[in-house]
Ligand binder design. Structure first.
Ligand code: MTE
Ligand code: MO
Length: 227
């Protein structure tokens, strides 16, 4: 079996494991967002409740924009998995590349619509690392010391990417380049800029903002902002 065939098999197994749980989460594929919000983009291009579309793309972070030379950049996937990974930028680019257009909802009420992303699916990285059966959550760590947690069932959705390119250009440093994570179906704080490490966890633990009053789940389609 080729490397790609093995990856596809592992990806399908991971998907099967989370399928039932995934169908219960609020999703862009839903006819209506769960709760009382307006019709979502499945029917009409509308925003989650309380969001306003922004033409500009604001920069929001802890104020440190770490400069990570590509030669030094590493992506570590470790914790509750059989084959922890430590990928160089070259290794990362050798993974299957996915392109997707998705929206970016910041909890402070602005949304950037239709960003064209290119990068690697978290699900492909997780499949390669061989996630332990007991794993339930991930903690994502940025080079700036940021952290954010999310359940595996959200992280393995096909639009959750670790991106290096946006709208055809290298991801600018202020937006988390060389590589950041995006979580289009959750508020944008769940996507770590300058991503460096994804820790597979057995059980949940709050990240930086989750410890400071933000919702643990962060579903824009449920107006689920603060905990
Ligand atoms: N590493 C890191 N990632 C981060 C943050 C941060 O401070 N550090 N801020 C988060 C928040 S609160 C938001 S709204 C988005 C903002 O991304 P942007 O600056 O590209 O708009 O990044 C998220 N990811
Ligand atoms: Mo934010």
């Amino acid at each position: 079996m080729s490397k790609l065939d093995r990856l596809i098999e592992a990806r399908l197994a991971l998907k099967a494991r989370f399928e039932a749980e995934m169908s219960k989460t609020p999703s862009l594929a839903d006819e209506r967002p769960q709760g009382t919000g307006p019709l979502n983009r499945h029917g009409m291009p509308k925003l989650p409740i309380g969001q306003v579309a922004s033409k500009k793309w604001p920069v929001l972070d802890l104020g440190v924009h770490p400069e990570v030379p590509l030669a030094k950049w590493r992506l570590v996937i470790d914790g509750a998995c059989r084959s922890p990974l430590s990928l160089s930028y070259e290794d990362f680019l050798a993974m299957p590349q996915t392109e997707d257009t998705s929206d970016f909802h910041c909890v402070t009420t602005w949304s950037r619509m239709d960003l064209r992303w290119k990068g690697v699916r978290f699900a492909d990285l997780a499949a390669t690392a061989g996630v332990d059966e007991a794993a339930t959550h991930v903690m994502c760590h940025g080079y700036d010391g940021y952290s954010t947690n999310l359940p595996l069932v959200e992280a393995v959705k096909p639009d959750v990417l670790l991106v290096h390119t946006v709208d055809g250009q290298p991801l600018p440093r202020e937006h988390g380049g060389p590589v950041r994570m995006i979580t289009p179906q959750l508020y944008a704080w769940k996507g770590s800029k300058w991503i460096n490490r994804i820790e597979l966890m057995v059980g949940d633990r709050p990240g930086f903002w989750e410890q400071r009053g933000y919702s643990d789940t962060g579903y824009p389609w449920r107006n689920d902002r603060y905990g």
